[in-house]
Each structure stands twice: as C-alpha cells, then as structure tokens.
Design a protein around this ligand. Sequence first.
Ligand code: ADP
Length: 316
Amino acid sequence: MNAPARSATGYVLGIDFGSTTGKAVVLEAATGRMAASAVSQKGAVSDEGVKAALAQVFGDLGISPKDIQRCVATGYGRRMLDIADRTITEITCHARGAVSLEPSARMVIDIGGQDSKVIAVDEAGLVTQFAMNDRCAAGTGKFLEVLARAVNIELARMGPAALAAEGSVKITSMCATFAETEVIALLAEGCDKAVVLDGVHAAVANRVMGLVSRVGQRAPIVMTGGVAQNIAAVTHIERALNTRLIIPPHAQVAGALGAALFALDDLRTDGVSPRLLDPKIEGQVEAVEAGGMPCAPACAQKTGEQPIAFQRAPGA
Ligand code: ADP
C-alpha cells in the first residue's frame, strides 16, 4: 500500500489473518468511526478468507484499496499480506481492540481457531501480562470443531445443545485427538450427546482457567474471538472464573479493530504511541510464535510444563 498521504481523509484498514477466518475492519480516518467490518471463513491458512473479507468491506463502502491510507495486519498469517504497511502481533492488537470495544476491561480472553490467549491490560489498553497456548488445539476453537464433528453436530448448535444437558461427564483429555477418542467411547457407552458436549465445553473452560491463573485473574473480563459466539463455552468459563464475561458486539473482529486503530495512529501521528505498543511484549510474542520458547500444550499434563506467560518488566 505505502500511501504517502498524511491527511486524515479516507480510510484506514485493519486485517486479522486468522488460522480459521479472515477479518477486516475499516475506520474513517477523520473520525475513527468503524465504517465497515467483515469476517470470512474460506479454509485454514489461506488468504482466501482475507480476500473475501476485504471484498466485502470494500463493496459495502463502495471503495477500493486506493482509498486506504494506512493498513496494519495482525494474526497468524499477518506476514503473508502485501497490502499491509506493517504488522503487529495478535496479543497487542486484540488487547487494543478489546479495550476500545469495552474501555472498562482489565483482562481479555481471546479464543480463536488455533490458539487461546489471556491478556491483562491497563486502563489505556497496554498489555501488562499475557499467557497463550498456540502449540496445540487444547482450549481452542479447533478443539470444539473436532469434538463437534465427533458428536456429529453443527458448530453453531453445539453450545445451545450443551446447555440443555441434564447431568455432566468429565472429559479427561486436553488433547483434541485423545478427547475425540474419549468422546466416541462415551457415546458408544450410551452417554447422552448433550452431556458429552457439556463435558467438552467444561474441558475448554478448564484449559482457559489455567491460562488465567498464570496471569492472575482481573476484572472486568472481556471475551473476544470466534468462540465468544459459543454460549456453552462462555457459560463454562464464567462458572470456572466465578464472574460474568463481557462479550462486546464485534467480538470476533477485535484483533482487526486493534490493527485498524494502530493504522489510524500511524496516519495521524506518523508513528504509534509507544504507550500502546510495547516492543518487549511484541518480541516475547514473536519468540513464542517462532517456537523459541517452551510451549504450553496439553502435553503439559504429562510433562508438567506450564502455559507460556509473560509479564512486562516493572517500570518498562
Ligand atoms: P482465528 O482468528 O484463529 O481464525 P476466530 O477468532 O475467527 O479464529 O475463531 C474461530 C473459532 O470460532 C472456530 O474454531 C469455532 O470454534 C468458533 N466459531 C466460529 N463461528 C462460530 C459459531 N457460529 N458458533 C460457535 N462457535 C463458532
């Protein structure tokens, strides 16, 4: 894109190239108002979802890429996008987007297709601490997708079905593959589908609780990411944490919104406010993504490893 313009006219764009979905948010450069947003699912780790989301927002606004003054990309595949002026990690973008959607938030739980993150934020939306699981499907949307398939129910129906359960069962495997075997065995024994699904959501909540305890629970908590649409996941996490979660409108595009807000900063100030972008946190997230840090898979059950957690150095 490399738009040279500095005037606050036109639009800025945030893209979240997720593992499962592509998300785009367009803000009016003059006002910062959200002009359009889109979520598109076109298969894992391909740019088709992002392309479709972009086509939708451009079509909705009747604009083309030349009307975009700045673009920031985040998410799993953020480096694969030529359109972006720069990239920022998901931790930073989700925190910024979530706090902009719910300014009272002091903790963000984001559960996407392939990872789950718990982020502590200050009043401005700056990340102070985070923990994430991006090494395996435990506690992620993928875990729910795998188990929905095993139970033969549509993703969108699994949450309401689980809430109708009378009784409960414990799914002991955090690993999606082992949990699938366990679920199939339970169904073969005649265990009710709804009860099995209830157990599946409780397992996700249990995993998320592990991440929350690494960071230290704060309140209020905002939940973002696609799994925020799953009522049983939300309910089980609320029970596990003994608190209500705030699910803002546009929860699934929080990361793209955060990216768009950074793009707006770039346009208006020719550089992001250092208050909201901590290079140390960015470095830590990138190190995790590159696999250079000890990971936090469900295999921690066996190895005793802890989820990845970081804290900003005091005074940093
Ligand atoms: P990513 O950013 O990694 O692509 P998302 O934040 O878009 O992931 O979340 C994708 C996950 O959201 C899916 O794995 C699925 O579990 C969940 N999800 C998506 N749509 C729905 C829905 N309608 N009902 C329940 N869960 C959903």
